[in-house]
Ligand binder design. Structure first.
Ligand code: MV4
Length: 452
């Protein structure tokens, strides 16, 4: 087992990792930027090392400085959290070369699943459902036309190295195919340094359902059931819940088991999430695999009782998974609302500045993951998420009622937050009925904007 881990992240996830490490009896080192000098989470760490100026490229993305901090503080492992270097195979490889354990998958497993063309190939072998489409990168316009006619328009052109909605083109008809492939290739080269693109069937209306998985270094991998993340805006999730509502048990189990098989076949150690779209017939199609712990992992912790962050540290240290698949079961329902320092009435304009009022809710079944305290100054350099409010209930209706109560109790100011939007969504009939698709929040906001 490790004795000291370095946390290459900030904010709520840094605090979440500190708490998990402390429970395991491990010391923690946080690296931080000059903008985070007064970060409240740093007080909870055993050591803190400044690694540069506020711009992420000068601090949280500086592999050399993070490794130097690990060496000078004698940390034996690095947890990357999410964002920043979490999905950098290069960072994982440098950690290995420097004899510090990367808390996450091997660079090989990360590369295999991070490239969406090889991930699709792995998924096919594991029996994980994918969209009909190309098996290799598009080399010639003629193959693209052939595949597009096979699967039928509309199709979508995607970058193998893309993700989170970057480098995609929807193509409605053959005459637009070539130009879309070319522009997607160009965008992929400049954004990711890899111009490989592929095509698959485009699905217009769908729900976003994902499967939480975790693997160890002994060839074991299990799933921790699923979450629905359909409530999103511009590829930023707003609400996540689990288990995903209205997925029949037999389909859920089949998809979850296929996701665990994919992770197992990739020799994957650590937490992973397989993302899917689900159509109105409850058919599933894998989109991509996220090779890191996710923002919404608490939803799964609340319904399974598995501490995903602790488990990911243990498997990185070489421990076998502490639970077997047959020991994982779901209790009740959990919902997470992301509280962002943004004004939903002004196109989600970021609200940097001092938090003068911070009164979080509490009570039975309420969990807050946040690094914020009264007087905290939100820097303008980073993500605007300042808290995650997670509630657990015996069923979905109880969880919704508990979320409404907790949201109404949560006071943050003077800057605006997403709390009023969440209160509105918790009352939407379409949310209650799960009569939703990945575009419903944007449609609601277009038809009736929030007040500022
Ligand atoms: C798709 C799709 C429809 N059909 N693929 C967006 C981010 C990346 N993870 C994949 N994405 C999509 N892939 C096919 N074949 C629609 C999206 C998509 C989306 C997916 C999940 C959550 C929100 C989304 C918003 C717009 C588009």
């Amino acid at each position: 087992m490790f004795s000291r881990i370095l946390i290459a992240n900030r904010g709520e996830i840094a605090l979440r990792i500190i708490r998990a490490a402390r429970e395991l009896g491990l010391e923690t080192v946080c690296v931080y930027s000059e903008a985070d000098r007064d970060g409240p989470w740093l007080e909870q760490a055993d050591h803190a090392v400044c690694i540069g100026s506020p711009a992420p490229l000068d601090s949280y993305l500086r592999i050399d400085r993070i490794i130097a901090a690990a060496e000078t503080t004698k940390a034996d492992a690095i947890h990357p959290g999410y964002g920043f270097l979490a999905e950098s195979a290069e960072f994982a490889a440098v950690c290995r070369d420097c004899h510090v354990e990367f808390i996450g998958p091997s660079p090989e497993a990360m590369a295999l699943l991070g490239d969406k063309i090889s991930c699709r190939r792995m998924a096919k072998q594991a029996g994980t459902p994918i969209f009909p489409g190309s098996e290799d990168a598009i080399e010639e316009e003629s193959e693209a036309i052939e595949i597009a006619h096979e699967i039928g328009f509309p199709v979508i052109v995607k970058a193998a190295a893309g993700g989170g909605g970057r480098g995609m083109r929807v193509v409605e008809a053959e005459e637009d195919l070539q130009s879309s492939i070319q522009s997607a290739q160009q965008e992929a080269v400049s954004a990711f340094g890899n111009g490989a693109v592929y095509i698959e069937k485009f699905l217009e209306k769908a729900r976003h359902v994902e499967v939480q998985c975790i693997g160890d270094k002994h060839g074991q991998a299990i799933h921790l059931y699923n979450r629905d993340c359909t409530s999103q805006r511009r590829h930023q999730k707003l609400i996540e819940e689990g288990p995903a509502p209205h997925v029949p048990d037999d389909i859920r189990d089949r998809v979850c088991e296929s996701a665990a098989a994919l992770i197992r076949n990739a020799n994957y150690a650590g937490a992973a999430t397989c993302e899917f779209l689900m159509d109105r017939n409850n058919d599933f199609y894998m989109l991509e695999v996220n090779t890191r712990v996710q923002v919404e992992h608490p939803v799964t912790e609340m319904i399974t009782g598995v501490d995903i962050v602790k488990e990911s540290i243990l498997v990185a240290a070489g421990e076998p998974l502490s639970i077997r698949q047959e020991d994982v079961s779901i209790t009740g329902h959990a919902i997470e609302c992301r509280i962002n320092a943004e004004d939903p009435g002004r196109d989600f304009m970021p609200q940097a500045g001092v938090v003068e009022t911070y009164r979080p809710p509490g009570g039975y079944g309420v969990r807050i993951d946040s690094h914020v305290i009264t007087g905290y100054r939100i820097p303008s350099n980073y993500d605007s998420m300042i808290a995650k409010l997670i509630v657990h209930g015996r069923d979905r209706n109880e969880a919704i009622a508990r979320m409404k109560s907790a949201l109404s109790e949560f006071k943050i100011g003077p800057g605006k937050t997403t709390i009023p939007l969440h209160l509105r969504l918790m009352d939407e009939p379409c949310f209650h009925a799960m009569d939703v698709d990945i575009h419903y929040v944007e449609r609601l906001l277009d038809s009736a904007p929030m007040e500022s």
